[in-house]
Design a protein around this ligand. Structure first.
Ligand code: GDP
Ligand code: MG
Length: 440
């Protein structure tokens, strides 16, 4: 997960508050120290950490919780609010026009060009990619391959050294597109040559979005870089890549936020799917272990498993949900990433057996088995006995141990679901709603 260290630290800090029962001054002071430690471990600037935690402290000590809100919920709400404010507002992106990507060598521009194209594709707009990196050998092939993989129109001129010329021709060819994404060349450092080139591409394209691509592992140095590119180009936003592989992500994210360049997207892996629009509210919610039901439901919608996700989120989990889960698995990604989105799940260690992503072959078998069950059995798995198992095994062409194995895996998943819903009648969703009652 992204920002592992900070997230773990913050969740542990909030858990301490929960265990304390009564929230008094000593508890608040300890919380403040814990939050400071967590943020510093993630490379956030010392001065920023101090300012932020002073705000949290003041509010936690001065403000009284509203009626019906416990002291603990009140504190969580304050921490959540202040962290969100710290990261700034969600900044949208125009879905028509031209997007110019800039940044140093290896920052992730070309990969990000592909991810952005995919993002636009999913929104249903016509998108094209232009390779204006005439500097690096094989830049053409790299973007061409990505375009092919995504099924997106690509333009480039192999061997052409004049990026301005490529862009001018490319724009003509892409006149029918809603969005044109322009990948540019980088340099090892921001220098005159690079600035001149990117400025020229900018004036030819008259780009609507000028996005700076920054790798998270540069940490707080993100501030200087975004300021320099801001001066040179007037960037409209930043994309932070490689948040998956560094402990310095907190530094990069917050440095951009304070430099006034909104973070618009984050990259969390090498694959095209490992990309999301940056939304401070959702981001912090996930980081604090409050879950991110909105993202979950969106993911589920894309994969056609919306009903199942809603059911799981509401605490319901029968073999029918398990089946939909299996079906959606490949499209949605591993169960673990789905569970990260559910409140209380993010920081939970899953039993090995429920790591379903590793059981691709079994999944098919399990689907046949569940298909052979009656509706009544699917809804009430406790009905399952020796003779039913025999019948189902026969009907689905598997062995009885196969059926038992499926039932065991299901029971294990169910246990995890139960742990989270804590036996509450209204389930996870209910708890989530309750937690946020009177908030915001
Ligand atoms: P460019 O020189 O700015 O165009 O950078 P590239 O797009 O070629 O990326 C450089 C390297 O970083 C490649 O190996 C990418 O696979 C990798 N990369 C890009 N974005 C991410 C990310 O979000 N996470 C991880 N782990 N790797 C990334
Ligand atoms: Mg590149």
């Amino acid at each position: 997960m992204v920002l592992d260290k900070i997230g773990e630290g913050l969740r542990a800090a909030l858990e301490k508050v929960t265990r304390a029962g009564l929230v008094d001054r000593a508890v608040v002071e300890e919380l403040i120290k814990d939050i400071q430690r967590a943020l510093l471990s993630g490379d956030v600037d010392v001065k920023l950490v101090f300012e932020l935690t002073q705000k949290i402290k003041k509010r936690a000590l001065d403000e009284k919780p509203q009626a019906g809100v416990t002291g603990r919920e009140h504190i969580i709400k304050i921490v959540y609010d202040e962290l969100v404010a710290f990261l700034g507002k969600k900044s949208d992106i125009k879905l028509n026009g031209k997007i110019l990507l800039c940044g140093l060598f290896g920052s992730g521009k070309t990969t990000t060009a592909g991810k952005l194209a995919r993002f636009c594709q999913k929104k249903g707009v016509r998108v094209g990619l232009i390779c204006c990196d005439a500097f690096r050998p094989a830049a053409y092939e790299q973007l061409q391959q990505i375009s092919e993989q995504l099924g997106v129109t690509f333009f480039g001129i192999k061997g052409e050294k004049d990026s301005a010329k490529i862009l001018t021709e490319g724009l003509k060819k892409m006149a029918d597109k809603d969005i044109i994404i322009i990948d540019s060349s980088g340099r090892n450092a921001l220098n005159g040559e690079m600035i001149d080139e990117i400025k020229e591409l900018n004036s030819i394209s008259n780009a609507d979005e000028r996005l700076l691509v920054l790798p998270a592992d540069i940490g707080q140095a993100a501030k200087v870089q975004s300021e320099e590119f801001q001066k040179a180009l007037g960037i409209t936003g930043v994309i932070i890549t490689k948040l998956d592989g560094t402990a310095k992500g907190g530094g990069a994210l917050t440095a951009c936020a304070i430099s006034g360049a909104p973070v618009k997207f984050i990259g969390t892996g090498e694959k095209m799917e490992a990309f999301e629009q940056f939304d401070p509210e959702r981001f912090i919610s996930r980081l604090l272990g409050l879950g991110d039901l909105q993202s979950l439901l969106e993911k589920a919608k894309e994969s056609g498993a919306e009903e199942s996700a809603k059911a799981i989120a509401s605490g319901r989990f029968t073999l029918s949900e398990f089946y939909s889960q299996l079906e959606a698995m490949q499209k949605m990604g591993p169960l673990k990433s789905v569970l990260d989105s559910i409140p209380g799940f993010g920081n939970m260690k899953m039993p090995k057996e429920t790591d379903l992503s590793k059981q691709e072959g079994k999944m098919k078998k399990w689907k046949y088995i569940i298909q052979s069950m009656t509706m009544q059995e699917k809804e009430n798995p406790e009905l399952m006995d020796g003779s039913r198992i025999k019948r189902i095994a026969k009907g689905s062409g598997v062995t009885e141990p196969d059926v038992r194995e499926l039932l065991k895996a299901f029971e294990q998943s169910k246990k995890v679901m139960k742990m989270v819903s804590g036996g509450s009648k209204r389930g996870i969703m209910g708890k989530m709603m309750k937690r946020f009652k009177g908030f915001g």
